[in-house]
Every structure is written in structure tokens, then in C-alpha cells.
Design a binder for this molecule. Structure first.
Ligand code: IPM
Ligand code: MG
Length: 356
């Protein structure tokens, strides 16, 4: 198969980790007889430097014309003083909404060989961590009205959180369908004891649940969910929630698995074209030093193969190669443990590649 991949290398460690993911994709292409072509689409701080805006129209057009998009990470202290409408993160939000990617999937799975990196008590970790966070991605407070004004001589800021029924329904369907292929349990997270948007969320998710009698639905308040995630993460299978709660809970979910550097994510809309990225940031403090862990991005590339290109065997090969590399003892700094072989970004990529 021929696939056209738009590549956003981004800022900080972005170019390093994306370079390794592309090399892995090339190894897959060679082994399985595919051809992948890559189109560079600048986005983030580097795009602000080059053309004064975080997501140039041309980059969005390239992404929309591609079969899928691979992204490293964007942002860094260099652009912290930019006005909010012109920050690197704004480019990412514009890209998500421009591509209509309403579902973000972030798996939280602990690799057995990395259980030492899990910050939870051993008896809790021993019950296993294997769930996914399904996060609504283009609604809620992220995309509501934002305003800062001066009222009676004092500054006042407002961010509006809004949800329409159809925005809840479409992501709920994704969560239930995913649960059908997993362990059949959806935990819907909201703050229905306080927020109207959450009461709407709860009603619509319950309605959708009626179409999936084989899936168990549990409603949970977000504060409780944050607590349950460290008390007993084994209770979760598919967690579905709105944009801001999903942002926060997915970081928590990733950290309990050992390292945020290991977790990929997919963002999808109605079609098969998606955006695939690690969930970590651009780590400017270690940029350019060959220290970043490329595994999150490499696993994101595997998700692209599986979900956008329907290449299950190819995705399995990448995931297996990652598992074997870890089993062989190779570690980047973020997951280093006693007896591990400390390697940099490039060497980690090479070790994974040779196991494809
Ligand atoms: C994420 C990030 C982004 C978000 C930032 C960079 C805008 O934290 O993908 O989780 O808040 O969605
Ligand atoms: Mg986040």
C-alpha cells in the first residue's frame, strides 16, 4: 500500500522523536512491502518563528490532504510570552478542530518489564493497569469563548464551557464500541453534581448506553475518578470524558503506568484520517541532547498503522519490537532502572528497528 503521511516535527525534542518514528515506519514499509511518503507540515513555535503563526494554512491543507498525520510535540519557554491566540499550543488546537478530530484515545497500559517504574504500591500495581482514556477533543472549555476584561478597575477573565448533545453522543459511541472490543465496561466521568454540561453529558451517555446492552456503564464524578485511578486502576477499562477532564486524567493515567514518555495517542474524527502523537510535551530542557524517549512516538506510529491504515500485523510488529527491546534491558533516562542499559533516543530507535 501507498500512504501519504503529513509530518509535524514540532519543537524541542519533537524532531528527534519523530525522526525515530519515521525510521521505524520505513523499516515496516520495507518488511511488509508498503511505501510511505512524508510531507513536512510546520506547526508550533517553529512555525511562529518562520511565518508568524502557529498553524499556517498551508500546513493544515497538507494535513487534510494526507492519509494521516504524525506529530512530535510543540511549545517551549521561547514562546511563553506570545499572546494566547498565537502560542504554539493554539496551533495544535486549531489542527484538532480543523481536522474535526473529536475523539482522542490515550491508552494507559503498564509494560510488565517496567513495573518497577510504576509509582503505585506494589500490591496495587500487581492487579494490572490496562485501560484507555477516550477524551472529547474539540468541545468544552477549550473551544468556548475566552475573554479577559477590566471590570471596576479589576481584571476579570472568563472561559466558557459548552457542550451540545451531538458532541457528547458521537464520542460516547466511540467509547462503547471500544469497550465491546475490550472488557465491556465504560466509566463515564463528569461533574454532574455541579455542572450543567456534565448533567447533559450524563444523560446523553446513558442514552447511548442503551444501544450497547453488552457494555456496563458506570458514572463517576471527576474528583472521585482521579482518586480511584491511584487507589485501584484495575477497575477501569474505557474511561470516557470531556475535554478538560480528559486532559488532566490522561496525564495521571500515563504517570501511573511508569512514564509519560511511553504513551501514544490517536485523535480521530468520522473518517480514517487521524493525528498520532505521544502524549508528552516538547521537553525543551533535554532537546537536542539525544536523551528523549522515542517510544511514545513510535507507539503512536503503530496506532496509525492499526487505526488509519488497517495494518494490524504491521502494528503488532512494531509493538512487539518495542516490548522485546524493553525486555532486552534497553532504557532511556525516564524509565532507567537498576540493571538497565541506558541508551539515547537514536539508539533506542535503532534497537526497536532491528527487531521489526
Ligand atoms: C495535551 C496537551 C494539550 C492539551 C496542550 C498542549 C494544548 O496538554 O495534548 O494533552 O491541553 O490538550
Ligand atoms: Mg495534556
Amino acid at each position: 500500500m501507498n500512504k501519504n503521511i503529513a509530518v509535524i516535527r514540532g519543537d524541542g525534542i519533537g524532531p528527534e522523536i519523530v525522526g525515530e518514528a519515521i525510521a521505524v515506519l520505513d523499516a515496516v514499509a520495507e518488511k511488509f512491502g508498503h511505501s510511505f511518503t512524508y510531507t513536512e507540515a510546520p506547526m508550533g513555535g517553529n512555525a511562529i518563528d518562520a511565518c508568524g503563526m502557529p498553524l499556517p494554512d498551508e500546513s493544515l491543507a497538507k494535513c487534510l490532504a494526507s492519509d494521516s498525520v504524525l506529530l512530535g510535540a510543540v511549545g517551549g519557554p521561547k514562546w511563553d510570552s506570545q499572546p494566547s491566540h498565537n502560542r504554539p499550543e493554539r496551533g495544535l488546537l486549531q489542527l484538532r478542530s480543523g481536522m474535526e478530530l473529536f475523539t482522542n484515545v490515550r491508552p494507559a497500559r503498564m509494560f510488565d518489564v517496567l513495573s518497577a517504574a510504576c509509582p503505585l504500591r506494589a500490591d496495587i500495581a500487581a492487579k494490572g493497569i490496562d485501560f484507555v482514556v477516550v477524551r472529547e477533543l474539540i468541545g468544552g472549555v477549550y473551544f468556548g469563548e475566552h475573554r479577559t476584561e477590566t471590570v471596576d478597575g479589576r481584571q476579570k477573565a472568563t472561559d466558557i464551557m459548552a457542550y451540545a448533545e451531538h458532541e457528547v453522543r458521537r464520542v460516547a459511541h466511540v467509547a462503547f464500541q471500544m469497550a465491546q472490543k475490550r472488557r465491556g465496561r465504560v466509566t463515564s466521568v463528569d461533574k454532574a453534581n455541579v455542572l450543567d454540561t456534565s448533567r447533559l453529558w450524563r444523560r446523553v451517555v446513558s442514552e447511548v448506553a442503551a444501544e450497547y446492552p453488552d457494555v456496563e456503564l458506570i458514572h463517576m464524578y471527576v474528583d472521585n475518578a482521579a482518586m480511584q485511578m491511584v487507589r485501584d486502576p484495575s477497575q477501569f477499562d474505557v474511561v470516557v470524558t470531556e475535554n478538560l477532564f480528559g486532559d488532566i486524567l490522561s496525564d495521571e493515567a500515563s504517570q501511573i503506568t511508569g512514564s509519560i514518555g511511553m504513551i501514544p495517542s490517536s485523535s480521530l474524527g468520522e473518517g480514517t484520517r487521524g493525528l498520532y502523537e505521544p502524549i508528552h510535551g516538547s521537553a525543551p530542557d533535554i532537546a537536542g541532547q539525544d536523551k528523549a524517549n522515542p517510544i511514545g512516538t513510535i507507539l503512536a506510529a503503530a496506532m496509525m498503522l492499526r487505526y488509519s491504515f488497517d495494518m494490524a500485523a504491521e502494528a503488532d510488529a512494531v509493538e512487539r519490537a518495542v516490548g522485546e527491546t524493553l525486555k532486552a534491558g534497553y532504557r532511556c533516562g525516564d524509565i532507567m532502572d537498576e540493571g538497565g542499559i541506558l541508551v539515547g533516543c537514536r539508539e533506542m530507535g535503532a534497537q526497536i528497528r532491528r527487531r521489526i
